[in-house]
Design a binder for this molecule. Sequence first.
Ligand code: FAD
Ligand code: NAI
Length: 477
Amino acid sequence: MSTKQFDVIVIGGGPGGYIAAIRAAQLGLATACIDEWSNAAGGPAPGGTCTNVGCIPSKALLQSSENFEHAAKHFGDHGIGLKDLSIDVKKMLARKDAVVKQNNDGILYLFKKNKVSFFHGRGSFAKAVVGGGWEIAVAGASNETLFAKQVIVATGSSARALPGVPFDEQKILSNDGALRIGEVPRKLGLIGSGVIGLEMGSVWRRLGAEVTVLEALPTFLGAVDETVAKEAWKAFTKQGLKIELGVKVGEIKSTKKGVSVAWTDAKGQAQTLEVDKLIVSIGRVPNTTGLNAEAVGLQLDERGAIVVDADCRTSLPGVWAVGDVVRGPMLAHKAEEEGVAVAERIAGQHGHVDFNLVPWVIYTSPEIAWVGQTEQQLKAAGRAYKAGSFPFMANGRARALGDTTGLVKFLADAASDEILGVHIVGPMASELIAEAVVAMSFRASSEDIARICHAHPSLSEATKEAALAVDKRTLNF
Ligand code: FAD
Ligand code: NAI
């Protein structure tokens, strides 16, 4: 079998990998992308965790469950009467699967359009070639040997299991099984009140499950601005999400009926949680097994992540790594930005990622979104700052929507007024945060936002008002 020659080989077809491959091809480089994810029929399913068992399916279920909750609890406020409201979980899951497939197919189409050669299978380092470059073996549906001078590793991450408690995806679930629960569980347990815990807990609570989240840390959403975390805590607990902080999880046993979790509460009292299903969402581990990384000397850190510099260069010549498999936040858009920047560097351009301006969004209700520094970070750094916030309660559009929970909060430098952080908890926070990211990318001041005309009535007026609040001159509050 002859070795196929490329300029760039990308291992992994998630948001880091497929975007890197498209950008490399756009820049005129002969590009291959290898991805091993298969759909139920055994066909290729590029898009990685994000498309198959992450961002996309979770947002599909969040939307379905939010619609259900609106119909059940809020349609009446609008004078809309509904009889016999029900949820067909199988149909909801089928819709989610169709959304996933549209995205898989979209990526295959984009590969064709951009002339990226796609290989369905597992990629691994075969050998370094004398004179430079790498032979990469593909095993699976495609069995090939490929060669390129430049390799981008974008192999992503997988759910971390608790020691001695493997996922069976029937009762003890990772994010994968959590997105495939076939009927609303009566009782659902989650370990970890991070992003997955809150998003998946919200889905099944809205559909009627009694949800308990066990979190090891004593603080709720410790990385989030304290004002926002407090608001979110109030909203989630009011909705009926039971969150226990400062717990120590003990033995976990699969029982006839479900799962039994022994745990110790913050006061040291022994407790037991009996649930039908248990989702373990305690973080993710980088995927490097099967790459033959050790044999070729690819340096990994103590977490198993590939060691890279600020430009995503690994310890090996011509080998780069991006996304969840390297340091930094495990977010699809961060992976994409790194993928684009690496492709541009390979093509001799000056790709750039500003890691301080990667926004975060938690797609609960209310949504949580932020960019830049939190108030606690500024305090810890001894930075002089001004703060201003505006509640959605005082926003006309939010009242019309019937969704007035939360606020927008600005943090700006005390002297220069440069925006240092924007934190939102409330309706459409995921969309509103984009204005803050743009403003901060242009190093805007809070006064810049305060002086920009925002459409009325819109949620974005809360952003303008929060910017005005930095100068203590809100108009509507
Ligand atoms: P991945 O998406 O993990 O893709 C890696 C790909 O490489 C996979 O297809 C894998 O099969 C393949 N692969 C691995 N090893 C090999 C090999 N040796 N050969 C060939 N192929 C290989 N992020 C957000 O920004 N927003 C969200 O709303 C969001 N929601 C999420 C919800 C859930 C439930 C989860 C689990 C994650 C969510 N994330 C979200 C995180 C996001 O999914 C990841 O940050 C993102 O997918 C990382 O992209 P990646 O390209 O680095 O890796
Ligand atoms: P996470 O890091 O967000 O949260 C894990 C939580 O589990 C933490 O609060 C941690 O303190 C807790 N924990 C760890 N060990 C524990 C133990 N033994 N007992 C009890 N609690 C324990 O991780 P999660 O939720 O698994 O998500 C993984 C990543 O996926 C996220 O960090 C994020 O990068 C990404 N993601 C992003 C989303 C988004 O952008 N909207 C949505 C979902 C996931």
